[in-house]
Design a protein around this ligand. Structure first.
Ligand code: SF4
Ligand code: SF4
Length: 113
């Protein structure tokens, strides 16, 4: 694996409340114009039997995510991870993050191109 892809974000969306704080934190950190950003919070609605619905949120980075390289070079967490009160976003080495995925379901691992 090349070093370029050594780091990523592990997103544990089980406890995501859909608050969009990660999106706002990213926009403030990188001064994104309206409509652009490094992460989006997607809303997923599943229809279940007996007219029941299941709502979940999946925060997912976009192609604009630069993994907050200026912050992480200084030893800081990425802005999205820093400000998520639910602790859904973890920054780290991809191989170590992948190991964490064995511990629980409903997580996704994202690695920038
Ligand atoms: S990942 Fe965290 S900050 Fe982002 S919407 Fe979910 S709970 Fe809110
Ligand atoms: S790591 Fe930084 S650039 Fe990427 S989504 Fe999070 S705040 Fe935005």
């Amino acid at each position: 694996m090349s070093r370029k892809h050594e780091y990523g974000l592990l997103i544990d969306y089980e406890y995501c409340t859909g608050c969009h704080t990660c999106q706002v934190a990213c926009a403030q950190e990188h001064q994104w114009p309206a409509g652009m950003g490094g992460i989006r919070v997607n809303e997923m609605i599943q229809t279940l039997p007996k007219d029941k619905y299941y709502l979940s949120y999946l925060p997912f980075p976009t192609e604009l995510c630069v993994l907050c390289s200026k912050r992480t070079r200084k030893g800081l967490k990425p802005a999205c991870a820093q400000h998520c009160m639910a602790g859904c976003i973890t920054y780290g080495k991809v191989l170590e993050l992948a190991e964490k995925m064995i511990e629980k379901p409903r997580m996704v691992l994202w690695v920038p191109k």
